[in-house]
Design a protein around this ligand. Structure first.
Ligand SMILES: [Zn+2]
Length: 471
């Protein structure tokens, strides 16, 4: 102390030395004390150097959620939080770091990480981990965190864990918030997606997939579209250049960012001049289906194509030569070229009445449907395991896989449709009627579907106008 006082004295004009000496000593001691206390305080809670770099002051996610909880829960996406980081120098607390501010740190889950490891790596108390996991019956979901996803760790000014948020996916956040009793409240916050209606229209030039994409449809919407008409149109075999299509569908948004496509609300396909239209209707029990203008279900007893459309569509480009010709008259069936192993589906619900080898057909399955219908699937590479003669199958069940057994030049499905034992063309045969919408819902359906059918009509008209002007 003596030396410091001397130093002070040497820096101070001599005149005042005598009167101010005691005062200066006090100030120096005080400064040293403040420095010591703050050093101890920050040294104790100072995280590892890596954390210093990643420690970010982020907007209070929870505060935002709670403030807007009355209307709609819209926390900013975690990605967005990262774009506006404010690095906090731990050594120099600022005004913004007062008691209500949450200091957020994003932790990217690595493969092999467990929550307990993450807690110890980030100097979080095991007691908090225990409290979070045992908070309620959904809080165990914190233990099934996945690599690549983010955990947001929120601490208060003193470093105490106050929030833990796990982004399960773009729609769901698992949130733990410390409550007044010191325990945690855990909730699953589902983010509401905004649905925007979109329309698409076009005409077939090469295939539904290619022309659907040109019209702005995604793969999943094209698949939905094909499935709506799966009972009426063979999307692989029956398409012709100039066929028209139109769809009214949902696009899904979160924070004005498109996150996906939703359902098709209405769709139309004009195949060889014949129009097929459908509107989606969900009844009050939550069951949804597509119906015609008259209120008949699009679902029928038989699918037109007993192979997944997606698996064969690429081979059916109208601008290219068909790999396999439609030789109905020659052998009373339809041939679908498909890669070996492509699943074959039961066209309708029924019973397996034959499963084995027949000379030209190779490995073949024959299904009986009610009294008078039967379908036959030939040249299979193998049968579906677990099924046998006498097994009941549902429509769409896999019964075998494409191959080239028997008399086949290459892998394909040979498919036959018989009514009372007589071969019929599977592409054009008139199929049994479908069930109509329940009478109690008919009025609701008419009210909902009328404007949609009207809009479809307009869309198809524009599509025709566009292609006519292009020709
Ligand atoms: Zn054949």
């Amino acid at each position: 102390m003596r030396n410091q006082n001397d130093l002070l004295a040497s820096l101070t004009p001599p005149k005042h030395v005598k009167s101010n000496r005691k005062y200066h000593v006090l100030i120096v001691i005080l400064c040293a004390l403040i420095f010591l206390v703050s050093y101890i305080f920050f040294a104790n809670r100072s995280p590892t150097p890596v954390e210093l770099e990643t420690a970010l002051t982020l907007p209070d996610l929870t505060a935002k959620i709670e403030n807007s909880a009355t209307a709609q829960v819209t926390p900013p996406p975690l990605g967005q939080l990262n774009q506006t980081p404010v690095t906090t120098g731990i050594g120099k607390p600022t005004q913004s770091m007062q008691s209500h501010t949450t200091v957020w740190q994003e932790y990217k889950v690595k493969s092999g990480d467990s929550l307990s490891e993450i807690f110890s790596d980030n100097d979080l108390p095991r007691l908090d981990l225990y409290k979070i996991i045992h908070a309620n019956d959904i809080s165990y979901q914190f233990t099934s965190i996945r690599p690549g996803k983010s955990l947001m760790i929120g601490r208060d000014f003193s470093g105490k864990l106050t929030h833990l948020t796990y982004k399960k996916n773009i729609y769901k956040l698992l949130k733990a918030t410390r409550n007044d009793t010191g325990d945690f409240t855990v909730e699953l916050v589902e983010r509401e997606m905004e649905k925007r209606l979109r329309t698409a229209t076009g005409s077939i030039q090469s295939s539904l997939f290619i022309d659907g994409k040109k019209a702005g449809l995604t793969d999943s919407t094209i698949m939905q579209f094909a499935n709506i008409f799966a009972w009426d149109i063979d999307m692989a075999m029956s398409l012709r250049v100039g066929d028209k299509f139109a769809a009214i569908y949902e696009e899904l948004y979160i924070d004005n960012i498109k996150v996906g496509t939703g359902k098709i609300l209405a769709a139309e396909f004009v195949n060889r001049g014949k129009s097929f239209k459908a509107v989606r209707f969900e009844n009050p029990e939550g069951k949804s289906s597509y119906y015609t203008e008259k209120g008949n279900s699009m679902q029928k007893a038989f699918l037109r194509t007993p192979i997944d459309f997606a698996r064969i569509s690429s081979r059916f480009n109208l601008r290219r030569k068909h790999p396999v010709l439609n030789r109905i008259r020659a052998h009373k069936g339809v041939d679908y070229a498909a890669a070996k192993g492509t699943p074959i589906k039961a066209a309708g619900a029924g019973k397996i009445i034959f499963r084995g080898r027949q000379r030209g057909y190779g490995k073949v399955v024959i299904l009986q449907h009610r009294q008078k219908y039967s379908t036959l699937y030939a040249h299979m590479s193998r049968f579906r395991k677990g099924q046998r003669k006498g097994s009941q199958v549902h429509q769409g069940d896999i019964i075998g896989y494409v191959g080239s057994t028997g008399l086949a030049s290459g892998p394909h499905l040979h498919y036959e449709f018989r009514i009372n034992g007589v071969h019929r063309n599977p592409l054009t045969v008139k199929l049994p009627n479908s069930t109509p919408i329940k009478a109690t819902y008919k009025a609701d359906f008419i009210a909902l579907s009328k404007p949609l059918f009207a809009q479809l009509e307009q869309l198809i008209a524009t599509s025709i106008a566009v292609s006519a002007s292009a020709e």
